[in-house]
Write a protein that binds this ligand. Sequence first.
Ligand SMILES: C[S@@+](CC[C@H](N)C(=O)[O-])C[C@H]1O[C@@H](n2cnc3c(N)ncnc32)[C@H](O)[C@@H]1O
Length: 438
Amino acid sequence: MDMSLRLPTVGQESRFQKESQVSPESRWFFEFLNLSVGSNDQSSLASIPRFSVWNKSGQNIPVFTGEFWTSRQRQGCSLHEISYRACFKPQLPRFFIERLTLPGDRVYDPFLGRGTTAIEAALLGRVPIGNDINPLSKILAYPRLRVPDMEQISRRLDLIPMNKKFQAGIDLSMFYHPRTEGEIVALKTYLNERASHGKEDDIDRWIRMVATNRLTGHSSGFFSVYTLPPNQAASQEDQKRINEKRNQTPEYRDIRKIILKKTKALMKDLTLPDIERLNSASQKALFTSRNAAKVLEVEAESVKLTVTSPPFLDIVEYSKDNWLRFWFNGIDFANISPKITMSRSAKEWASVMKDVFRDLFRVTVPGGHVAFEVGEIRKGTLKLEDLVIPAGISAGFKCLSLMVNEQRFTKTSNIWGIGNNSLGTNTNRIVIFHKEMP
Ligand SMILES: C[S@@+](CC[C@H](N)C(=O)[O-])C[C@H]1O[C@@H](n2cnc3c(N)ncnc32)[C@H](O)[C@@H]1O
């Protein structure tokens, strides 16, 4: 594979090196960029990274800023298209999985969310290990490793007695037409009975995953009347206000049709070898629902790479956003909600992450890596790497670098009635750690 074309030329690299105060590390970074075990990634960079140094608490950590994913590489597989608050794009885990692991290696995410790392790892022939305190995570991730065929799903949906007279037992009239509500409750009852009798199979789990994702949203592809985007359920009161403001009442939605349509969309990019790879990954995969600070099911020194993004301080209330998804899946909101990390202060957050890093150090094989996505919060006044770098180092890791991916995208704005294309930027900040060989 010829990757030299797109990497900085020797001259450029040495100029880079001169600017560097920590040259062995920046050399490591270029080697890292050049390294691609998988064959899908051509390692082309959209720009030559800029270099700076994070210099705090006596540490000099190299910082590389640039556009690391080209637009072609940005196209993720359709199977990822499940909405979840603060999820990352599949290109992020893919970038690290391809460079830092081999097929068959274990790839872990202790804050799994919708399962982006797990699905991408499985698509690349690695073994996915995922954990999230929110049990919805497993419901959303695992079924996508065991993709049934469309016919099976369609036949199963036809078998489920959709009794349109069923009622939810809580007031959902602001979201659903009574007939839609009847169908949703019939499906919920069927799925929960199958699960409680130990009869739930891959087809049921797939239907549950898709239905959970289609409960509410802002288009006719969802069961509900127009509401917030699907990863944030409005409260009943908020929905009444939305309905009043928009002068809307819920129309009937055929949930069978919606489930099949979304199923087709999720499967759009999948090839037969993909499905086989996912299925084979599922045999060795592990999903748990624990506090990320102590996930004892994950064996010591078993993980080659962790790619993760933690809950960011007090920005997202995962349990509130998911109340309807919890209801549909019979999950006890009151039990889960207090366990989801919602640190109110940076100090509290740093202390939680310190414990998480201790467990990550335990599970990582010597020679393994952690790619930990952090954000800028409170309008950039707090950069979470300032808390994460010391937490990782104190657990025993070596911090290799902070990588800042600046993804440029075209946004269309309409000024004075004239369409105008301008460039916007999405930024990911990822701290890379290494567990050195003894
Ligand atoms: C930023 S999201 C991860 C999103 C994920 N990268 C994806 O692409 O979907 C953070 C996740 O951490 C979970 N979480 C919060 N506190 C946790 C804890 N103490 N232990 C494990 N998971 C936790 C939340 O439920 C949420 O799913």
